[in-house]
Ligand binder design. Structure first.
Ligand code: NCD
Length: 321
């Protein structure tokens, strides 16, 4: 099992690879700075917090949201980015350059590296190759997506004022969905959380993940039918079936969109005060008509919070806050 350096209140210079590195206190610190970065962004304030800083955005996998969110976060604070998209097609990687060498090159040009890759563990490999700058995991295959979980947790905290004593529904591709893996780790840091996991049986959490999460004390209830949804969930976290992780189209088609949020479903099983979240992109698993429902936050606060939290995280890791 991977060993990650704990943050323990000291963000400066730390790689951000997994939610396992955080304590509730660390989340409290980042949330309180996020309250401030939110004001900077909302009021279009000139900020020089990251002036002089350059961050490399090294994205081996398709991304528009997370890439845009990091780029905007850095620019909001007066920093600059080096944008490397699809290096496997457009850079020296085509010539056979190793990941380690690519990392060493970009740490010479910049103060931090944000990396997304299709293979689990790549962010950690990158962090090991970097000697001078922190590395931030923006999604490593079916592994983790820690900054997404930070924004998800912040969104939940904003609504309920706590991250303990919550009942949640997480639905979709629990086997391959890295955002789910990081979010469950985050919710496991707090007491008395119960998560209903709704998925087709082919897309349940892996046995390894399930055992790991249960050991951390969180209550997980696996269900395969929407009639077993709890009536009192504080939030629903819907996810896309991760097509790119399937070997062939047929197996994907067999399990895609088994559970679609419709007005009827929300009416029958949703509570009045809950929120409905999704990391995006969605591909049919929440009907567009739901967007108007005040409980649907995925295209509203949840997406905005991504930029605010990344502003706070980058500034903390670069020692600017
Ligand atoms: C998620 C991802 O890349 O894991 N998207 C994102 O970061 N906004 C979720 C997904 O692709 O389904």
């Amino acid at each position: 099992m991977a060993h990650f350096d704990k943050i323990n209140g000291k963000f400066k210079g730390k790689d951000i690879l997994s939610l396992d590195q955080f304590t509730p206190k660390d989340l409290e610190i980042i949330f309180s700075f996020t309250d401030k970065t939110k004001e900077i962004a909302k009021n279009a304030q000139h900020s020089h917090v990251l002036s002089g800083n350059i961050v490399t955005l090294l994205f081996y996998e398709p991304s528009s949201r997370t890439f845009g969110s990091f780029a905007a976060a850095i620019k909001q604070l007066g920093g600059q980015t080096i944008d490397i998209l699809n290096p496997q097609q457009f850079s020296s990687v085509v010539k056979g350059e190793t990941l380690e060498d690519t990392i060493r090159v970009f740490e010479a040009y910049s103060d931090a590296i944000v990396i997304r890759h299709s293979d689990i563990g790549t962010a950690q490999k990158a962090a090991e190759a970097a000697s001078f700058v922190p590395v931030i995991n923006a999604g490593d295959g079916i592994g983790e997506h820690p900054t997404q979980a930070l924004l998800d947790l912040y969104t939940i905290f904003e609504k309920f004022g706590r991250l303990d004593n919550l009942t949640a529904v997480i639905a979709g591709d629990l086997l391959n969905g890295r955002t789910v893996h990081s979010l469950i780790r985050g919710l496991s840091l707090y007491k008395n959380n119960t998560i209903y996991l709704l998925s087709p049986k082919e897309l349940k959490l892996s046995v390894y993940d399930k055992d790991t999460f249960i050991k951390s004390g969180i209550k997980l209830i696996e269900i395969q039918n929407e009639v077993d949804l709890p009536a009192d969930a504080h939030f629903w976290y819907w996810t896309r079936v991760q097509k790119e992780r399937f070997q062939n189209e047929k197996t994907y088609q067999a399990v895609k969109n088994k559970f679609i949020v419709t007005p009827e479903m929300l009416k029958k099983y949703g509570s009045k005060d809950m929120i409905l979240m999704h990391p995006l992109p969605r591909v049919g698993e929440i009907l567009p008509v739901i967007d108007e429902d005040p409980r649907a936050v995925y295209l509203k606060s949840q997406i905005r919070n991504g930029m605010y939290i990344r502003m706070a995280l980058i500034a903390l890791v670069l020692g600017k806050l």
